[in-house]
Design a binder for this molecule. Structure first.
Ligand SMILES: Cc1ncc(COP(=O)(O)O)c(C=O)c1O
Length: 354
């Protein structure tokens, strides 16, 4: 079966291509926190029984965490599943505006429903002070926002996004990486959902907790919209094991806040350090980022560099050709722990000098 391996996080498939074991690869193509919390084993019953179709405990835990009503919350099989349902509403609402470069999964979701879309180019140079003002997105009916923005790492200021809620019939705001960004929560739109039925916020537990394999995300939106999505989708989109884990992770606000502070400190420290180190690498320029990944660009194609890193150093970086508007002169590097960041830098320096 053909899948687009330019999306990050393909350790297994690339190990097969490269003729090595998956655990020999350093995967800096998918941007996850470098640690995964210790988790209690699920009870036998939570695996044996069908999951609760109402997702009551999990919806309650997420709602309490954000100070919402449980009817404003819908857990999903990762943020990716929820994009599919958001896109169904978006297709009906009219012309979709996709800032470019942007995360390719929004286009995938929109294509599912034959939606009309327009790419709005974002400036490919930006200053290092965060947050930044979201650039004028031009005309359209539905706006897809990613905060912080993947792949640029820009953090959009909340006022600059709030202003757009009155201009678009529907705003879909992907906050998958926001809990990893220091002071990021100040720019969340979640608290605006109650007075804006035209707003959908989508979150993911994948990045913050390093649990991409479990598939856990949630949408925050008006109850009647979520009720409709619930009626469309399959009866058990979040499996019992994932639900059990999610309640542990988000149902204890003290634990969540200690964990996110640790992750945010790491984003801050490693982000600054990598920026400085990359600035000294010959032939590439790192761009400022508030998030746990950053872009580098070059005057020439970086694909040979990427290939050498894979083949000789067993390091995976993110091919940026899957982001509309970027080409082979760009790569995205996900932050890792210091030892692994050093390994990436050493391999890059050696390859760029060759
Ligand atoms: C911006 C953004 N949003 C959402 C997702 C998907 O999150 P999930 O793993 O919860 O489906 C990704 C995955 O790469 C992403 O980059």
């Amino acid at each position: 079966m053909a899948v687009d391996l330019r999306h990050g996080g393909n350790r297994e498939a690339l190990a097969e291509q490269l003729g090595c074991r998956p655990d020999q690869l350093l995967d800096a193509s998918a941007s996850l926190a470098p640690w995964t919390p210790r988790l209690r084993r699920p009870s036998r019953q939570s695996v044996r029984d069908y999951p609760d179709r109402r997702q009551q405990r999990l919806r309650q835990a997420i709602a309490e965490f954000h100070g919402l009503d449980p009817h404003q919350v819908l857990p999903g099989n990762g943020a990716a599943e929820l994009f599919t349902w958001a896109a169904r509403d978006a297709a009906r609402a009219g012309l979709n505006v996709l800032p470019a470069p942007g995360f390719a999964d929004y286009s995938r979701a929109l294509s599912t429903w034959q939606a009309t879309k327009r790419h709005e180019p974002l400036p490919l140079r930006w200053a290092s002070g965060f947050p930044q003002t979201f650039p004028d997105p031009g005309w359209g009916d539905v706006l897809w926002v990613c905060n912080p923005h993947n792949p640029t790492g820009q953090l959009w200021s909340r006022p600059s996004l709030e202003f757009l809620l009155d201009r678009f019939a529907l705003v879909i705001c992907d906050e998958a990486f926001l809990p990893l960004v220091p002071q990021g929560e100040q720019h969340s739109l979640i608290s605006r959902v109650t007075d804006h039925p035209n707003l959908v916020v989508i979150r993911s537990l994948t990045k913050l907790f390093g649990i991409a394999g479990l598939r856990l995300g949630y949408a925050v939106a008006a109850p009647d919209r979520l009720q409709q999505w619930q009626a469309w989708r399959d009866p058990w989109p979040v499996n019992g094991f994932a639900e059990h884990v999610a309640v542990q992770l988000i149902g204890n606000s003290g634990r969540y806040s200690r964990w996110s502070q640790r992750v945010q400190r790491w984003t801050d420290q490693e982000g600054h350090w990598m920026q400085q180190q990359l600035a000294d690498c010959p032939g590439v320029e790192p761009l400022p980022s508030a998030a746990n990944f950053l872009l580098i660009r070059s005057e020439r194609s970086l694909l040979p560099v990427k290939a050498t890193l894979e083949q000789r150093h067993r390091i995976l970086l993110r091919d940026c050709r899957s982001f509309h508007g970027l080409d082979q002169r760009w790569l995205r590097i996900s932050l890792m722990q210091r030892r692994d960041n050093r390994r990436i830098l050493a391999a890059l320096r050696q390859t760029l000098k060759a």
